[in-house]
Design a protein around this ligand. Sequence first.
Ligand code: FAD
Length: 560
Amino acid sequence: SGRGFTKPRYPYIKKASGFSSAPGEAYDYIIVGGGTAGCPLAATLSHKFKVLLLERGGSPYGNRNISRLQNFHISLADTSPSSPAQAFISTDGVINSRARVLGGGTCINAGFYTRASPSYVNAAGWDGQLVNESYPWVEKRIVYWPNVAPWQAALRDGLLEAGVSPFNGYTFDHIYGTKVGGTIFDRRGFRHTAADLLAAGNPNNLRVLLRASVQKIVFDTQAGRRPKAVAVQFKDENGRQHQAVLADGEGGGDVILSAGAIGSPQLLLLSGIGPKHDLEKMRIPVVLHNQHVGKGMSDNPMNSIFIPTKKPVRQSLIQTVGITKMGTFIEASSGFSQSSDSIQCHHGIMSAEIGQLSAIPPAQRSLEAAQKYARNKQNLPREAFRGGFILEKIDGPLSTGELSLLDTDVDCSPSVTFNYFSHPYDLKRCVYGIRTIEKIVRTKHIAKLSGVDEYPMEVLLNMSVKANLNLVPKHTNDTASIQQFCRDTVITIWHYHGGCHVGKVVDHDYRVMGVAGLRVIDGSTFVNSPGTNPQATVMMMGRYMGVKILRERLGRAAEV
Ligand code: FAD
């Protein structure tokens, strides 16, 4: 996966081991995390300032598991140390994934692209005009309209028949009814990512290091002054330590964390900003006590219904969405296990045949067990893999949890708890979503593809329980009680966010409160997940904050 990054097209991307900090060499901005927000932010700031972008993962270029739509499930299922997806399991028992590659989540996600609603933008306190300029900056570079696949067309028509109306056509807007959204896959199924946005930067001012794992932020903690971020400490791909230093210029630059909803709160804690008691327990010197770091972690629950089909269905990821007034969003994917190359590996949590795992006790259902079952699966009949999912996601959500360190090694994922469905309204909306899916399944549009007039819902629920891969114990009433079904088969749609909320950890300019020279700009600052799905707004935010910072420092001379 490391191939390709030395190509002349990307001369500003280097391996971390090539970093030499000549005496006096310093950067105006040091951005930690070359992900969905970090890349557009670095590109924008590089127009006027010297920027260093540090990414712990490798290059997305030349990696077919990243660039081809049909391999979506393969990088998710790859648990090797060089995988662009790093698996983790929340204490809720849900298998989840963090990006570990330049481009971040946009390299491993399902590609669906949709903006946040105007009311979300207002509530965030963002400048509406700049927001409306920042989305198109992303869209003209990496966003496409999909070639609607048969499974997605059936969902679109089924949603309308089930009353999720009106039909809003092709739109990036987050509005009630049924729509076809944008996608970062082009019509050939080739993925475009946030890493491509780096090409919009100024290559002379931009330096990107791969396999640079930042371990902590270094503060100047002179007595009587606010602690000030002055450098970051990172290790390269060979484990060698380096320090990158912030320039001490007029107006002052920043260290900016864009390490994502797990990485950013983790790095604040590792650097001594967080709940004092927890830091002391880990023997981390306290730079600033803030009880809110790592709090307010949320993950939008996803529950899915598997519908087998008689014939293979074309592979598709999310293209059509139904947005209900209840705040339940209905989406779909299809055909992800049937090609001969994909039959060789398991497909993470969206895999029907993984249902074999439900036969073993939850405590023994580990990632290793999943791999073992995957190896045996070549013996299964091909028909077992044919079908599609209709899934539902809960807006918000209202249920929240927390993140805490298990270890002071940055490579060790922190402990994360999301408390899915702890808020009764989330559960109510899940039940509503399953009922809506039931109506859609009854329509002729799905029957046409499944080849079966109508599957009894009980059969589908039962199959979906068996197909489900999480570590939550199952109950005998899973198909009789939709509430129990929701709780027991909850998985993730990977839209987790929080940990560095605005007003609690950062101020409205995304500056970490109580210290100087440090900001957090990414999904960790969100209380609710934006839009139908979040990536558009995370990228927009990178561009938006880049322009805002330039304007703050340069006034009118900032136009880029
Ligand atoms: P990321 O993009 O994850 O960026 C964080 C970056 O920081 C990563 O590259 C990481 O390697 C790096 N990093 C972390 N710690 C360190 C460190 N210590 N040192 C150096 N670097 C570090 N959204 C949609 O809108 N549509 C979809 O269809 C969709 N599908 C999804 C499917 C999957 C499988 C996943 C995982 C996500 C999906 N999402 C989707 C969600 C969306 O992709 C994420 O919400 C978004 O990418 C998060 O952006 P971020 O900038 O907060 O974090």
